[in-house]
Each structure stands twice: as C-alpha cells, then as structure tokens.
Design a protein around this ligand. Sequence first.
Ligand SMILES: Nc1ncnc2c1ncn2[C@@H]1O[C@H](COP(=O)(O)OP(=O)(O)O)[C@@H](O)[C@H]1O
Ligand SMILES: [Mg+2]
Length: 313
Amino acid sequence: MKTSEGFKENVVEKKVYETYLSIVEPFKPIRSVRGIVNRLREDFKLIVSEKLVALVVSAFLIGRPVLFEGPPGTGKTEVGYGILTLWAGKRAFILPCSENYDEYRVIGDFHPLMAMKMGFTEESFVPRPLLAALVLDSGVLVDEIRRSSEEFQNMLLDIVDKRRIVIPELKRVFKAKGEGFQVIFTSNPEDIAQGELSDAFLRRVVRIKFTYPPEEVEKEIVKLRLGEDYRLVSEDNIAKILAVINELRSKALHKPGPADTVAWTQMAAGLAKLRGKRKADIKDFYDAAFSVLLKRSEDEDVVGMVVEKYFKR
Ligand SMILES: Nc1ncnc2c1ncn2[C@@H]1O[C@H](COP(=O)(O)OP(=O)(O)O)[C@@H](O)[C@H]1O
Ligand SMILES: [Mg+2]
C-alpha cells in the first residue's frame, strides 16, 4: 500500500473507474460538426441537421449547458445522448429527473454500514453518475429537467458553471479534467403537469427548440429506423401514415411525434411479416394504429376517425 495520503487521494476516482469505466466504453472523440452529423446517422440512426449540431458544439465551446425543448417523441433524449457521447468519446450518462431526485442520488452518498464503521470517509463514499461523469470526462444528459425541484436545478447549474463538484464531508473538490464533461437538459414545455423553469435557469442555458420535422425528413427517419423492413411499406401507405400523423397533430390531445410514426410503421411491418405478407396492407396499418397512437382515452374518437379516413377497411 502507498502512503496513506497518496492512496487516500484517489479512492473515489478508483471507485469511479472500477464501477463506471466499462459502461462508458471509451473511443476517439468526434468534435467536428460534420463528423457528429454523420456518426449520429450511422451509429445512432438519428437524422440531425448541421445547424442543430453546430449550435450545440458552439455552446460546449463557450462552456454553456444546452436545453433541448420540444414536444414528446421529437428526438430530444436520443439526440442529446448521441451528441454527448460522440463529443466525449464515451457513452454519456443519463439522469432521468423526478421530484425527489437530489444531490445524493446524482453526486454520491455514504454507505450506511461502512460509514458507521469508518465514519464519513472516501472509503464509505459511493460515487453516483454526475460525479462519475466529471471524473471520467464524459457527458451528462439531464432528462426532463422540469420534473426536478428548483433547488436541484440550481445545484446542477452551479456544477456546470464552475466545472467542479465540492464534497464538504470529504473535504474534496473534484474538477473537470477536459472538455468531455458537458451537460444537455431536455424539457417538454407543453406538459402542463410539470413545473416551470426559473428565469435564472433559462438565462444560463443555450435553448434549442425541437419541432416536428418536415414530411420528407420524417419519411427519411422512418426509412432509416426500419432498415430492411422498409421494403414492406409502399410509397402510398407511407404517405397515408404521414397524413394521419399530421392530422392528429392538429386534432388530438396527444400529438404523435416522429417516435410514434416510427413505432406505428414498425408495428405494421412486423404484423405483415408475421402474417406472411410481402407488403404491409391496410389491415396491418389499421391493427397497429390504436396500440401506438392512442395514448389518452379522450382521443379515442378522433384517432378512430382519422385512421379510418385513410385506412378504410
Ligand atoms: N431526428 C430523428 N432521427 C431519428 N429518429 C428520430 C428522430 N426524432 C425522433 N425519432 C424517433 O423518436 C425516437 C426518439 O425519441 P426521444 O428521443 O425519446 O424523443 P423525446 O425525448 O423528444 O421525447 C427514436 O427512437 C426514433 O424512433
Ligand atoms: Mg425524452
């Protein structure tokens, strides 16, 4: 064993490496806009514009966290995760927010039994994902930030601003080691069940809006996601699917995102295969529609009406 001091200094880092390094699977970081756009498509099956990636990268370069805002199913979580992962050259950490999320669950806490035996020391400390990301120099996706408390939001911003985490019980300050440690928040501003973000929060982040993609892009997304199975979908039917989705976006309470468009088409193609067909037909699209598109009981009538308008049996 090394001298107690030298050894002690690295106990937390050692734990982080032992626990998390195999999860983040390091590779060579991708830092160019073009490079990120290409790899998002190839490795993550995501279609993202150069403009969006350029905005995110410039926010990283000026040391500001990013906020992705937009309706559900528009790719905020997956795009955020993909960009952070490529930028750091390590799989990003995802923190899914909830009301009772607090610093102990994201930074670290003390193992009760060990703390009783040894006191509040590095040996009894259990590092959690945010601290792990800082130590490993990887990115953090803070998902659905509006579900967390304002106190939690401020704590996160303080860490992102100063690029360091202070743990008073350990008398230690952990500092970011490189540029890989970046933070992207996601939020759905239309969800009325969620809290508002404070002005202080909004002032400090770079806000990027996610919207429903243009029809050609949405079709590209479906193609990319279905891969081989896209051959089961005729041009005529994909056009109808997009028409249904588009109409529901203006008429239904649950507005289907590209995630739903993909899921619906995938389900229909799956059904067609199970039924031994070479192409998905009206029955397959019809049968798959309700399980994917009907997310709120109030929408039952409108979903039925719109689906039947295009996929009349
Ligand atoms: N730009 C995109 N490229 C590829 N797939 C997308 C895109 N946008 C949405 N999707 C679809 O939606 C899913 C991701 O949605 P998600 O990231 O969970 O959305 P959000 O976090 O905005 O609710 C993907 O699995 C894919 O099916
Ligand atoms: Mg999401």
